[in-house]
Design a protein around this ligand. Structure first.
Ligand code: ZN
Length: 651
């Protein structure tokens, strides 16, 4: 799913309902299992009679369930703003009740474990019910009478009885048999099996025999023009991509949908996401009340009319990528929603790079970073288990989520432009492992650990289960060393109070030496990391994270050569300390955040702290002579930085 443009930030206060447990905390175990309810949905078949004159319809649902307990005596479904007329099982009428938001059906005889049964639910929707889940409009409000379903994350229950959580996908899919006045056309998940005629009506028999979550079930009806791409696949098959739109929009759609085949080819490449997972793709505009830019209904994306009319290939690429990440593999619950939206937003960046080249990729993904930073400034929370009102938060879930993919790719060493490597192998293995099912953050971590051979607890702890991002100050200095140059560089993190204290993220910096350059990677173990490098040529400048692999902000300075007004010395010239090192009192205490800011310290050349420094005189007479660094923090209450000062301790 994607916003029309930049998504509005949700204005949620401090007391937020969280989805489950402690914000961001790792789940203690496999907490999310299908056994949370006592049956398993196997298939939804819906026969819906749409008058197309008002918001009402009548429907019959044949619900196939399997018992997950020894003796299933009742089946309770989500069911809101709908009216149940009757329920039958093999012709026998069953009793039911409709407690708030639910349809509770009593079975006439218990269903043994692992046995399946079909419940026939006859229900209808009144014309007076407010738009939610199902939307209808007719002229003069719109050009042609139009209806659609639009249900993320949990609004399917407003148009069909269902178990409306992604953890229970209907593994045998959905069938939508839509009866409309014969001047209308319909579209839905899957392929059209046949069209039959009645008295002034037509019934469209749509069948999608693939596992599906309820929020991805869709149909729409109106006066549609229809056309399609037949897209050749690497497998040798052809994928129909079928488009539905009002006839007057068909010309513009020919232009603005023209990139879909290229997108399918790009993503379904065997070195990227792997084979397209379904037997159809398609798009339909949401002509009334559609609140999103796009919605990745399985095999039938719905797009905002602004995307239809002005074109938005990147948004369309986002939705298409969801066919793998969101639809084929669905987040087990919305605590894990970044697995849907972070992946799809990353896929946007990839397709933009494919279309427009590497520098465009860089500026595009930098835009995602800036959207996240903007959200962070007002309020931040972990990617995992966001507040319930924030499961579609653009800055955190979409933009930071996309950067998780980018950074994991770097951590795994898959860094050659447009040459997918081990990270993509892990991604495809994740796809294969959870194909047509559901997955969690822990599942994704585990597969990445298997493929990279790395323990990734630190990565997921800092980036997914905690919040924020690193703010680096990088200071560096050079001096000739025979024919070479010795470079000393320090990477200091002074992260916000609303961020993890320390990110262990490897951090690349490039020293530019005229026509040559040298890339070095810091592997911080503390908030200050110090390293020395020997370079063959003189470094003239330094570029932090030149290929944009890390979600960070950085500030670069030269190492300060001991300005005499900051550190005063006795018995010494301006840069040499003998015996006693004086630290001015005003540089050693910070207003606020003092527990998060490193205390002043003396570091040796390897960055190891050798002495805590106090205001005033510090005895350094016992230290071995050599180069040391005074690390001080300075700055305002909410914005601190590290100042590093080189000193030479001499006898
Ligand atoms: Zn999305």
């Amino acid at each position: 799913m994607a916003a029309v443009a930049a998504m509005a930030q949700s204005g949620v206060g401090i007391d937020e309902p969280w989805l489950a447990g402690k914000p961001g905390a790792r789940p203690a175990g496999p907490a999310f299992a299908e056994s949370l309810h006592s049956y398993n949905v196997r298939h939804y078949r819906l026969d819906i009679n749409l008058p197309m004159t008002d918001k009402s319809y009548t429907a019959h649902q044949a619900l196939s369930i399997r018992s997950d307990e020894p003796s299933l005596s009742a089946c309770t479904l989500h069911f809101v703003n709908l009216v149940c007329d009757s329920v039958k099982r093999s012709g026998t009428t069953l009793s039911f009740s409709t407690p708030s938001g639910l349809l509770a059906i009593a079975l006439d005889s218990p269903l043994p474990q692992n046995d399946s049964t079909v419940l026939d639910i006859f229900y209808h929707r009144e014309s007076t019910v407010a738009d939610r889940g199902y939307y209808f409009a007719r002229p003069p409000g719109v050009t042609h009478a139009y209806c659609m379903t639009c249900t993320p994350p949990e609004d399917a229950r407003y148009w069909m009885p269902c178990y409306d959580e992604p953890m229970d996908k209907a593994e045998r899919g959905v069938e939508l048999n839509l009866t409309v006045p014969d001047s209308f056309q319909t579209c839905a998940n899957g392929l059209l099996d046949s069209v039959t005629s009645g008295a002034g009506t037509k019934t469209y028999w749509w069948n999608h025999p693939y596992s599906i979550a309820t929020y991805l079930i869709v149909f729409s009806a109106s006066r549609f023009a229809i056309w399609q791409h037949d897209i050749p696949l690497q497998t040798g098959d052809t994928l129909p991509s079928i488009y539905f739109m009002w006839p007057e929009d068909s010309a513009v759609s020919l232009v603005n949908f023209s990139r879909i085949p290229d997108m399918v080819t790009y993503f379904s490449d065997s070195v990227r996401f792997g084979p397209y997972p379904f037997d159809k793709y398609g798009m339909v505009p949401g002509y009334t009340g559609f609140p999103w830019g796009g919605m990745e209904n399985q095999t039938m994306t719905m797009i905002h009319t602004s995307w239809l009319r002005s074109g938005d290939p990147i948004g369309m690429a986002h939705e298409l990528s969801h066919m793998w990440w969101g639809d084929m593999v669905t987040c087990v619950d919305f605590a894990n929603v970044w697995l849907n939206e972070g992946f799809a937003t990353w896929a946007e960046c990839l397709y933009n790079g494919h279309m427009n080249g590497r520098s465009s990729f860089n500026s595009y993904i930098t835009g995602k970073a800036n959207s996240y930073f903007s959200q962070h400034r007002s309020r931040d929370f972990p990617l995992y288990n966001p507040p319930a009102a924030d499961i579609y938060n653009y800055g955190v879930i979409y933009c930071k989520g996309s950067w998780i993919m980018r950074m994991l790719q770097f951590v795994e060493g898959d860094t050659t432009w447009e040459t997918p490597g081990i990270f993509y192998q892990a991604l495809r293995a994740y796809g294969d492992s959870f194909k047509y099912g559901t997955a969690s953050t822990a599942d994704f971590q585990r597969i990445n650990e298997q493929f990279s051979g790395q323990d990734l607890d630190w990565f997921f702890d800092e980036w997914v289960y905690d919040r924020g991002y690193p703010k680096y100050t990088i200071t560096w200095d050079k001096q000739p060393l025979g024919d070479s140059w010795q470079v000393t560089a320090m990477l200091a993190q002074h992260n916000d109070a609303s961020s993890a204290r320390l990110f262990h993220m490897p951090y690349p910096i490039r020293f530019n030496c005229g026509s040559e350059s040298a890339l070095v990677v810091f592997r911080p173990q503390d908030t200050v990391a110090l390293d020395t490098f020997v370079l063959a040529a003189e470094p003239l400048s330094m570029t932090p994270d030149p290929d944009n692999w890390v979600l960070d902000s950085s500030f670069v300075t030269g190492i300060q050569e001991m300005p005499s007004d900051e550190v005063r010395m006795t018995n010494a010239g301006p840069s040499i300390v003998r015996g006693v090192l004086f630290l001015p009192r005003d540089m050693t205490e910070l207003p606020g955040n003092s527990d998060r800011v490193p205390r002043p310290a003396l570091l040796d050349i390897s960055g190891r702290k050798v002495l805590d420094l106090l205001p005033g005189a510090n005895d350094v007479s016992q230290l071995a002579p050599g180069i040391y660094f005074v690390r001080q923090s300075s700055g305002m209450e909410d914005q601190t930085s590290c100042v590093v000062t080189k000193v030479l301790i001499a006898r």
